[in-house]
Design a protein around this ligand. Structure first.
Ligand code: HEM
Length: 504
């Protein structure tokens, strides 16, 4: 009988070590998983004999689909361009995610609004999402009882009539913003002020204080991390099996992926715990100045039975970045279209008299300012590809099958720049929202006509507050100052600053 020793020494040289075996078996498992998914897709495709999938670009790789090949820099332009070849729907696969980009208002209305019952899920909720705590944020959480509960409470506090309680905070912060602009402060004013409105409205916190200025910084950082995953194909890597184990156990030095996911988890922790704890501390110690915001905090303390505020928090913070982005668009428009500014100031002088800063009661009398706000939202929508939705049932649209589980992206930019709907869509023309006599066209009164806020049951739940904030900022700036470019190179600088806000 061969001795273990002799055989063993031979064994060592022939068999791979454990450190080789682990990655090989991991790779084998991933390949089997992909193969299984592709075979089951092929089987499922039998259903499409009657109804084909919508058209889309041919897949560059059998296994990966378009993984790693989807556009990431201002992709809304690419999908608009592709629309010339494929039409209003563009369908493709990234790993095993079926992805549909919707380029038209009509398809959006039918798929996202009329079929909202089955298109309101989000493509998150897997193990990696749980690791990074994505799954407990209202904007990312799957369509579930938890989402319904959070959304209902959010809606109660932010619906049109309730959002009125934020007016004093909005006025205070907007006036601070005007002051800092007038003092020609070097600080990135609109960013700080919009974060200020969000933090003070919800938590009663002053972000200028040394103790909590980390929050807006963390919020901005997180937004940039999350935003890329919201693009078509941007989240396919998140459902790779064991990705969460890589993120959790692989040392940061060995993997950029693990480092980024851990950073995301830490940032999410700062944001979901910190501001709420500070607000409760301040509330208990009565050190928060009595403001309408305190109502929200005291209400939230009562509702603490669940994850309520922490789960809303990411959306608050990332959405203050949207406010900053819309404000930057407004300044860009004033610089590029001085005649718009003159017309708005004529209206303010006529309706309010010279020198008076407008307030919310004046809004209905200021049609041109209203039109400027609407045009800002159309011209450069702050989230041009919206947030991804996911379908929970098969559906048929114009003879095409959109299978259950498809990730749906509306190209908001394509809709707000559709030549059939808007003449010269790349130009900033507030008059498109006005009647011939200068009054505001009633067709656009409903806030739901603003595409920038998204669609269906996941439509932006903070839109009334955003709407009030942006209108007030725009009206107040126009009433108190002239915005113009100083030299020829200035526009370039401003555009870089603006690009920073819009992240892509
Ligand atoms: C210019 C300002 C803003 C824009 C353009 C904007 C846009 C959007 C969009 C496009 C979505 C995704 C809708 C969809 O899935 O179809 C969204 C979701 C959301 N927004 Fe906003 N938003 C803004 C400001 C705000 C503010 C100020 C708040 C909070 C007060 C807020 C809270 C939310 C929340 C919580 C969601 C997730 C809703 C859900 O998934 O059920 N947003 N927003």
């Amino acid at each position: 009988m061969t001795s273990f020793g002799g055989f063993g020494s031979q064994q060592l040289s022939v068999h791979p070590s454990l450190s080789t075996l682990i990655p090989i078996s991991f790779a084998a498992f991933v390949l089997c998983y992909i193969a299984f998914n592709l075979v089951s897709r092929r089987y499922l495709r039998r259903r499409t004999k009657r109804f084909p999938y919508p058209p889309g670009p041919p897949s560059p790789s059998f296994f990966l689909g378009h993984y790693g090949k989807t556009p990431t820099r201002k992709p809304w332009f690419d999908y608009m361009e592709m629309g010339k070849m494929y039409g209003e729907l563009i369908y493709f696969r990234s790993l095993w995610d079926n992805i549909l980009v919707i380029n038209s208002a009509q398809a959006t209305n039918i798929i996202m609004e009329r079929q909202a019952r089955i298109t309101s899920d989000r493509p998150f909720g897997n193990a990696l999402d749980r690791f990074t705590h994505w799954d407990d944020q209202i904007g990312l959480v799957v369509y579930s009882e938890a989402w319904r509960y959070t959304r209902r409470t959010f809606h109660q506090n932010f619906r049109s009539e309730a959002a009125v309680k934020f007016h004093p905070v909005q006025i205070e912060k907007t006036h601070n913003f005007l002051r800092s602009l007038l003092e020609l402060s070097e600080s990135p004013c609109s960013d700080i002020q919009s974060h200020g409105i969000m933090f003070k409205s919800v938590y009663g916190l002053e972000i200028q204080s040394a103790t909590n200025e980390d929050f807006p910084k963390a919020a901005k950082e997180l937004t940039s991390l999350v935003d890329r995953s919201l693009l078509p194909g941007g989240s396919a890597y998140r459902s790779v099996p064991f990705a969460h184990l890589l993120a959790r156990f692989v040392p940061d030095a060995l993997s950029e992926f693990a480092r980024a996911q851990k950073r995301m988890r830490e940032t999410m922790n700062i944001l979901r715990e910190g501001p709420f704890e500070e607000a409760v501390k301040a509330w208990v110690g009565r050190s928060v100045a009595c403001s309408p915001a305190s109502d929200t905090v005291s209400y939230s303390v009562q509702m603490l039975s669940a994850f309520l505020l922490p789960s809303c928090f990411l959306s608050h913070s990332s959405c203050s970045t949207r406010l900053a982005s819309a404000t930057a668009t407004f300044f860009l428009a004033l610089m590029l279209y001085p005649e718009v500014q003159s017309k708005a100031q004529d209206e303010l002088n006529r309706v309010l008299g010279p020198g008076r800063v407008p307030n919310f009661k004046d809004r209905e009398y200021l049609s041109y300012i209203e039109a400027i706000y609407r045009e800002v939202m159309r011209w450069h929508p702050a989230l041009p590809m919206g947030f991804p939705h996911k379908s929970t049932k098969d559906m048929i649209y114009k003879g095409y099958l959109i299978p259950k589980g498809t990730i749906l992206h509306v190209n908001i930019w394509a809709i707000t720049h559709d030549l059939d709907q808007y003449t010269s869509p790349d130009k900033f023309i507030p008059e498109r929202y006005l009647n011939k006599d200068g009054s505001f066209n009633k067709m656009y009164v409903n806030i739901n006509t603003i595409d920038a806020y998204g669609y269906g049951r996941r439509v932006c739940v903070g839109r009334h507050m955003a709407d009030d904030t942006l209108w007030l900022i725009m009206a107040s700036v126009l009433a108190t100052m002239n915005v113009s470019k100083v030299g020829e190179n200035e526009v370039l600088d401003i555009e870089r600053y603006y690009a920073d806000f819009s992240l892509w």
